[in-house]
Design a protein around this ligand. Structure first.
Ligand code: NAD
Ligand code: GLY
Length: 380
């Protein structure tokens, strides 16, 4: 192992999310869990907190977090929910709220969301509504959660009519992203999270995309320096967008590159193992580039460069592997209409003028979308 790969040679990074009274720090580093007590202590009104996690993370890492907090004089209770997207449901929310109340959570207490995006979204939303709002801290344990879902305060659950349709903006009081936790993450989940890293390059930072083309394999191999650079660059990009547009009335919508397509694919495949969120985003981003090219919005060859990078790291860029689970083009369009990004009944797409140049376009004729989707469904 070279010095560049040694995690102890890498000092932690801190990224600030500047939101006035709701500002907070994102702490990024290797073995940061060891410092969780020191980071949390000043945020606690009394030395007690409740950790919400899922069954997988509980087995692997809960004891370590509890031990660190107890060593800092913080008493803990834990609520363990079933792993998987199904927990982001009315039933999951109701059960979690009851368990948090039974654990004695008071209005001034902090909830610790310790897990991937499912736990962050669910525990964050429970915190938003419990006793009309309690504080929470994100301790993200997947790459996707460290670069995206733990930052920015979007919390929520799914409805039968679509993903994340029930929710609230509720900012955490801190984010602690311990990169060492990613070592136990299955490769498929790591790759899926990498899709969201690529997203930041594609949205507004072509130099970062070029860096990823060279260093993506190091990020996926969890090499210390590359991983920290990728997570910190992603968090900086997200923090800047959130600070400029906390509740998505403008530029924050660009963070949804690929999501109008991706969410429809996730809904059609049942939010299950056949297609996980980051994979859906990878396909959705590739589709957004292909649609942009087809409409003449970006130069020919741009989509091929993006799909070459995603594909070289094992991410899907088209629907062929899930084709038999999907409806026809009109059916997919019907699912997309439930998307939160629809404006005045019109679908909004995040399109591109090139790598790093995204914008929102509404008013694309329905026949053009149907024709595009039909070609995507026929693609091999
Ligand atoms: P996830 O939370 O389901 O985690 C993926 C899997 O990895 C789960 O089985 C989990 O138990 C396991 N896991 C988590 N950490 C682990 C670790 N360190 N070691 C081993 N296993 C571990 O999925 P995700 O990809 O993290 O998040 C997806 C969710 O995030 C979706 O519901 C999506 O809608 C949401 N999301 C929200 C936002 C937002 O801004 N709020 C942004 C992007 C995605
Ligand atoms: N993941 C999109 C957002 O936070 O706005």
């Amino acid at each position: 192992m070279t010095d560049n790969n040694r995690s102890d040679a890498e000092p932690p990074a801190t990224v600030e999310v500047a939101l006035g009274p709701r500002s907070y720090s994102i702490h990024i580093g290797h073995r940061l869990l060891d410092q969780a007590g020191a980071i949390l202590r000043p945020l606690l009104k009394r030395p007690r907190c409740v950790i919400v996690t899922d069954g997988h993370v509980a087995v692997l890492h809960l004891q370590s977090l509890e031990a660190v907090l107890v060593a800092s004089g913080i008493t803990t209770a834990a609520v363990v929910v079933p792993p998987g997207e199904a927990s982001k449901s009315y039933e999951g929310l109701s059960s979690l709220c009851d368990q948090l109340l039974a654990a004695g959570v008071e209005r001034s207490d902090l909830v610790i969301a310790f897990g991937g995006g499912v736990i962050g979204d669910l525990a964050g939303f429970a915190s938003a509504v419990l006793r009309r709002g309690v504080g929470y801290v994100q301790v993200p344990t997947t790459l996707l959660a460290q670069v995206d879902s733990s930052v920015g305060g979007k919390t929520g659950i799914n409805s039968a009519l679509g993903k994340n349709l029930i929710g609230a903006f509720h900012q955490p009081q801190a984010v602690i992203a311990d990169l060492a936790l990613l070592r136990t993450l299955p490769d498929r989940e790591l790759r899926a999270g990498y899709a969201e890293v690529v997203k930041y390059g594609l949205i507004g930072d072509s130099a970062f995309f070029t860096w990823l083309e060279a260093h993506g394999p190091d990020v996926l191999a969890c090499k210390a320096e590359a991983l920290k650079h990728a997570v910190a660059t992603s968090c900086r990009a997200k923090a800047a967008i959130v600070a400029a547009d906390e509740t998505e009335t403008g530029p924050r919508a660009l963070l949804n590159l690929g999501h109008t397509f991706g969410h429809a694919l996730e809904a059609a495949t049942g939010y299950g193992d056949r297609l996980i969120h980051g994979e859906a985003v990878a396909i959705g981003m590739a589709m957004a580039f292909r649609l942009s090219e087809r409409l003449g919005r970006c130069p020919p060859g741009t989509a091929a460069r993006v799909t070459a990078h995603l594909g070289s790291l094992g991410l899907p860029t088209g629907v062929c592997a899930i084709r038999e689970l999907l409806p026809d083009a009109a059916g997919l369009l019907a699912i997309m209409r439930h998307d939160k990004k629809a404006r005045a009944g019109k679908l909004a797409f995040i399109l591109v003028r090139g790598i790093g140049e995204t914008y929102v376009e509404t008013g694309i004729p329905e026949e053009a979308i149907i024709g595009f989707l039909a070609d995507e469904l026929a693609m091999r």
